[in-house]
Design a protein around this ligand. Structure first.
Ligand code: FEO
Length: 197
């Protein structure tokens, strides 16, 4: 850990650097940090946003379970797991670039919905919100010429396109089927789940 590492190296998760004296007599616990404090805060806040999405989808899953829609419920649990994985992906990135993670508060999710359609509508609105959050982070990375974070965030930009598309697809299914044909929706969602792994 006390081998000097050139700023710019991303190979180590937490790298101690020699600083203060050109003769290398003093060591510091400072870490090489490849991102600005503004970028660090934005990314750290996004971890909480992703965990919030996970919490929200898990609550939706529970409501769907109570409605007897087991496949839709499972699909939401699967998406809650994905959101948590997104949060962890950002956490690991911040640590890889020597930043600091500060987790925020997750608000209590809504627990009552009148129908499956209202749940899907709320989930789509939430995915559009997350898309906006990711786009703002990318705009910050671009404005700061932070090429590493731009590269990292591109995965999230692409993921949001996929997520908005899949939630829209399931919302369309629910709308087309109507409340009396939810068993058909359950069957289609079961196939989607199998395809998503
Ligand atoms: Fe990670 Fe669906 O936003």
């Amino acid at each position: 850990m006390d081998t000097p590492v050139a700023p710019g190296s991303t190979t180590s998760r937490s790298v101690a650097i020699i600083c203060g004296s050109t003769k290398g007599k003093r060591e510091s616990n400072h870490m090489t940090t490849l991102i600005s404090s503004k970028m660090n805060k934005g990314l750290s806040d996004q971890i909480t946003n992703e965990f919030h999405a996970a919490h929200l989808y898990l609550a939706m899953s529970c409501v769907l379970q109570d409605m007897g829609l087991k496949m839709l419920s499972k699909w939401f649990t699967h998406h809650a797991d994905e959101e948590r994985a997104h949060g962890m992906k950002i956490l690991t990135y911040i640590q890889d670039v020597g930043g600091t993670v500060t987790l925020g508060t997750i608000e209590k999710p809504k627990a009552k919905y009148p129908s499956a359609e209202s749940i899907l509508k709320a989930a789509l609105a939430h995915e559009l919100l997350v898309t906006d959050q990711i786009n703002k982070l990318m705009a910050t990375a671009i404005s700061m010429k932070d090429y590493a974070t731009q590269s990292f965030l591109q995965w999230f930009v692409d993921e949001q396109v996929e997520e908005v598309a899949i939630v829209s697809e399931v919302l369309d299914l629910v709308r087309l089927a109507g409340p009396k044909n939810m068993l058909q929706v359950e069957s289609r969602v079961g196939k989607l789940l199998a395809a998503e792994g």
